[in-house]
Design a protein around this ligand. Structure first.
Ligand SMILES: [Zn+2]
Length: 287
């Protein structure tokens, strides 16, 4: 453990301040990604060129109106400075979510012992936030974001050493393979019964679990799938009770599951397996 003693402020406090800064500024960039990547025009789709503009009136947004969360909440109070049209709550929400995700990674992944693993996981969370919002909007998961997760998995294999290569391959297949089989079987079944070409689990979701499994390994990916499916089922039941449309994007739930699974997956699966081995539980099934 490295201690940066600066004016006697303990290291973790400095780490939290630095990571907060990155969490909020990268969160601000994620908003640009979510908005621009969905645009049709390839020039408009550029992530680096233009400065920020109000989507309603086109007025340039100054740097002081672009401070993550703070500007929206305190300076602008949710309205454009020029045209007074409301600015979507999504902007501060994405920034806040990314900040919160980084705080969780910093707190639960022992950044002092495994700094590379914690940083790569935090970046993984950022990609997941973009995937979740784009899937929510357009019911699509873009290959470019899946490719970013592959890069994170390669970096993790090279520098983090938290998993062996066989573990990564098993992690990749553990959920993706059953998802693919369920998708294919449901497609055949739906085609026979309703004549529509539709998969129960989309290929995008399957590929998301494939590349994520390479990054986080077999235990975490299994926990992620369980949490994601559980969350989707609960929200699905609530939506059904409210009489809302039953077809919804699975990506946001999987993204949530993947975040929780990356943080607590190992402990969760070990606890569960330990529970099964407990003599009292064991004797319930085998006399
Ligand atoms: Zn405006």
């Amino acid at each position: 453990m490295i201690y940066f003693r600066f004016l006697d402020i303990p290291a973790y406090l400095i780490a939290y301040i630095i990571i907060s800064f990155f969490g909020l500024t990268i969160g601000s960039f994620l908003n640009v990604c979510i908005y621009r990547l969905q645009l049709e025009d390839p020039v408009e789709r550029s992530l680096v060129k233009k400065s920020s503009h109000c989507p309603k009136c086109g007025a340039k947004i100054h740097w002081y109106d672009n401070i993550p969360v703070f500007s929206w909440l305190v300076l602008l109070k949710g309205k454009c400075r020029v045209c007074k049209e409301p600015i979507s709550k999504r902007y501060p929400l994405v920034e806040g979510l990314n900040w919160f995700a980084y705080m969780l990674a910093l707190t639960f992944l022992k950044v002092q012992d495994y700094p590379v693993h914690a940083i790569l996981t935090a970046l993984f969370f950022s990609v997941l936030i973009v995937i979740a919002f784009i899937d929510y909007d357009s019911m699509e998961i873009y290959p470019s974001q899946l490719f970013l997760i592959v890069i994170l998995a390669v970096l993790s294999a090279l520098f983090a050493h938290t998993l062996t290569i066989p573990q990564r391959i098993i992690g990749g297949l553990a959920i993706a393979l059953p998802f693919f089989i369920i998708g294919e079987v449901s497609r055949i079944f739906i085609k026979k019964k309703y004549g529509e070409d539709f998969r129960g689990i989309e290929l995008g979701d399957t590929f998301l679990m494939l590349v994520s499994g390479l990054l986080i390994g077999p235990k975490c990916i299994c926990a992620s799938a369980l949490i994601g499916i559980f969350a989707a089922a609960i929200i699905g039941i609530i939506n059904k009770a409210k009489g809302k449309e039953s077809k919804f994007a699975f990506g946001p739930y999987l993204a949530f599951g993947l975040m929780m699974g990356s943080l607590f997956g190992n402990q969760l699966i070990d606890w569960y397996l330990g529970l099964l081995k407990h003599p009292d539980v064991y004797s319930m099934f085998i006399k």
